[in-house]
Design a protein around this ligand. Structure first.
Ligand code: CO
Length: 137
């Protein structure tokens, strides 16, 4: 069986990164590692380490993304949880065998990681992202 090794990040959809930092940085006292334009996600993301995991504040830069639609419908909030897994291909097979609905039937391959989303219909309403970290650039 594939093994989940850690919670990589919790992603929160925001309309305003700076405004959100008023809570996460200034009130909670968390340090922002960096804020980055991530064209592949059509978003600006603030990366906030919390121990071995991260909070990511995600502000869409385009209207045609899942996060933008989520923001329009719900006005922001927790968007997804991301777990690291040792073998994402095996995990996707395992989930399908259990009747779990997947958004990505096969992993997307990105620099440094393979990733896939699990449909919230199968998870009790939480969008779940899976990462397998890879060494190839
Ligand atoms: Co994510």
């Amino acid at each position: 069986m594939a093994k989940i090794t850690k919670l990589n990040h919790v992603a929160i959809a925001v309309n305003d990164v700076d405004g959100s930092l008023g809570f996460w940085r200034d009130a909670m006292g968390l340090a922002v590692d960096h804020i980055e334009d991530v064209p592949s996600q059509k978003a600006v993301v603030a990366f906030i380490p919390v121990g071995d995991s991260e909070v990511e504040l995600v502000k869409p830069t385009s209207e045609d993304t899942g996060v933008a639609k989520f923001l329009a419908e719900r006005g922001g909030g927790m968007h997804h949880l991301c777990f690291e897994v040792d073998d994402i291909d095996a995990m996707l097979v395992q989930l399908k065998e259990k009747g779990v609905r997947l958004i990505n039937e096969t992993p997307q391959v990105l620099p440094g990681r393979k990733m896939a989303f699990v449909h919230p219909k199968s998870t009790g309403g939480v969008l779940v992202e899976l990462y397998q970290l890879t060494t190839e650039a």
